[in-house]
Write a protein that binds this ligand. Structure first.
Ligand code: PHE
Length: 348
């Protein structure tokens, strides 16, 4: 009888060694250790043995059972380890491989241009001042000498902002159409000190988007307020800026113009940097490029800023940022600036 136990042990252990996965392992468990398995069947024989053989047989059968149970656990763990090793090998990650480089980014052409402009004015003693994109009707128009219904308001097509939900009002808030409202804000903050600042920032106009005009663009406003400031200070500043930005051979010319917030008002032109005044497509054969709107700060505006126009005078100017960049780099479509096409942006 004891031999049967021995042979079952040998058979079971060999079978267990051949087990390679969880399903086979479970089948093995049921076949040998299950309630109706081979070990149970062996135990059932006990009753049919002569009394004196029973204790030895029972002991041996129990030992067989424990051996097989232990072997089962061991095999189960071995299989789990194998499975883990397989999974790790399949998902292996070589951490020593060099990473894929992400190309370094760079500043947007507008930012580069703005920084260059700011640096030049900084050398000429202008501080940078920032003012909000969302403005009141009063700041954008009223205090700049354009009361409601003033016809000059039509020079700036406006994005109005509805604050109906919070205040019930649909009047009075807008996206600034130019950086000029910043003039009022600086004056009110600095009064009665002299002022020499530039105000770079984004402007918004409710206009058709074309190759020449976007409805969002940057401007740089300039403002100088002091005692005895004259138009020639303005012209000198404009000419100096043009030379430092575009090159020492640049010339500027002045034309009379109109803005409600300057008196007199002028337009500053610069000789075309492409044809040097001979006439080309970019300057529309005129030989000149419009650079900036400017003028002497209107007495009403000085007053609105807190300065007595009998004692103080000042000049102001405003110009776009994308246009000069277009001229400088021969870009013929302003829509490229904010179209997010890397093929364009990478060139600068
Ligand atoms: N704000 C004017 C514009 O947007 C430009 C300007 C600024 C003119 C300052 C005169 C003085 O067209």
């Amino acid at each position: 009888m004891l031999e049967r136990i021995e042979s079952l042990r040998g058979e079971a252990l060999r079978a267990l060694e051949a087990v390679e996965d969880a399903t086979a392992l479970e089948a093995w468990r049921i076949a040998y250790l299950g309630r109706k398995g081979r070990v149970s069947a062996l135990m059932d024989l006990i009753g049919s043995l002569p009394r004196e053989e029973r204790p030895a047989f029972g002991q041996a059968a129990n030992e067989l059972k424990r051996t097989l149970e232990a072997a089962f656990e061991e095999r189960k763990e071995a299989l789990a380890r194998q499975e883990l090793a397989r999974a790790l090998a399949a998902e292996a990650l070589d951490v020593t491989l060099p990473g894929r480089p992400t190309g370094p980014g760079h500043l947007h052409i507008t930012t580069q241009t703005l920084r260059k402009i700011i640096a030049i004015f900084a050398e000429m003693g202008f501080q940078v001042y920032e003012s909000p994109d969302v403005e009141t009707d009063e700041m954008n128009f009223g205090l700049l000498n354009m009361p409601p219904h003033h016809p000059a308001r039509d020079m700036w097509d406006t994005f109005w902002i509805s604050d109906e939900a919070s205040t019930g009002s649909t009047q009075g808030l807008l996206l600034r159409t130019h950086t000029s409202p910043g003039q009022i804000r600086v004056m009110r903050e600095r009064c009665p000190e002299p002022i020499r600042v530039i105000l770079p920032g984004k402007c918004y106009r409710y206009e058709q988007i074309t190759a020449r005009s976007e409805h969002q663009f940057y401007q740089v406003e300039g403002l100088a307020v002091g005692h005895g400031i004259t138009l020639s200070d303005l012209i000198g500043t404009a000419a100096e800026f043009a030379r430092r930005f575009y090159g020492p051979e640049r010339r500027v010319r002045i034309r009379g113009s109109y803005f409600p917030f300057t008196e007199p008002s002028i337009e500053v032109d610069m000789d075309c940097i492409l044809c040097h005044g001979a006439g080309c497509r970019v300057c529309k054969q005129s030989g000149w490029l419009e650079v900036a709107g400017a003028g002497m700060v209107h007495p009403v505006v000085l007053q609105n800023g807190g300065y007595d126009p009998d004692e103080w005078s000042g000049f102001a100017f405003g110009f776009g940022v994308e246009r000069p960049a277009m001229v400088k780099y021969s870009i013929d479509d302003i829509r490229l600036f904010y179209g997010n096409d890397l093929r364009f942006l990478r060139q600068f």
